[in-house]
Ligand binder design. Sequence first.
Ligand SMILES: C[S@@+](CC[C@H](N)C(=O)[O-])C[C@H]1O[C@@H](n2cnc3c(N)ncnc32)[C@H](O)[C@@H]1O
Length: 222
Amino acid sequence: MIESKGWNWKIVSDDKDSIWKNPAIESYYLLSRWTSQGMKDFLDLGCGLGRHTILFGKNGFNVKAFDISEVAVEKTKSWAEEEGLTIETKTGDMLELPYEDSSVDCIYCRNVISHTDTEGMKKVVEELRRVLRKGGECYLTLGSKDTWGFKQESWPLVDSNTRLRMEEGPEYKTPHFYVDYKLAKELFKEFEIVNIYQVVNYHEKEDKVLDSYHYHLLIKKV
Ligand SMILES: C[S@@+](CC[C@H](N)C(=O)[O-])C[C@H]1O[C@@H](n2cnc3c(N)ncnc32)[C@H](O)[C@@H]1O
């Protein structure tokens, strides 16, 4: 299994207008859904700068914020303090979550669990299942094999689904695992798949338009 490597958050802006400080679109849907389902214990897996920790914390959830990057966890912790929120923060590796079996109601891991290889992904899926309560839900994203990054043949292939990302920036040399629809379904076959869809984001870089495809899955522990 490839060694885990988090983001280098030291080189990312934490200005209030940064995308990493503003909740992602679907997070408001999840907030509404999980509130109406009476969920309380929320795990922000791969919390980054804490944009979803703060959103769920402000809305009455008991938040556990977790990331492999100490910088990310520290920044999340100080933002929560500024907001007067009490949250639990931990630094560690998603391959071995430091939480009891069946201890959380809902998990949000946006653009996080793909940071491993095929073997690591199987371990993460087991960990999600272990820590979720029965009936609990997880929203996650997985890089799609249709995305430009998977097609970069000069980037080292770790296994048939995984490449090291060689673009300069916070993700330099982090592993990226990619799926197609069949593999995404296969990975989560022990769960009920409530919803699965693919989203494309377009980024303009110099004179190129990069198309970044992700599968989004909402899964339930049965
Ligand atoms: C693209 S960022 C997303 C951050 C956050 N989920 C958000 O939407 O703002 C990916 C995050 O996953 C973390 N990460 C990568 N590998 C990890 C691992 N093995 N265990 C825990 N966190 C990891 C990175 O450090 C980074 O903070």
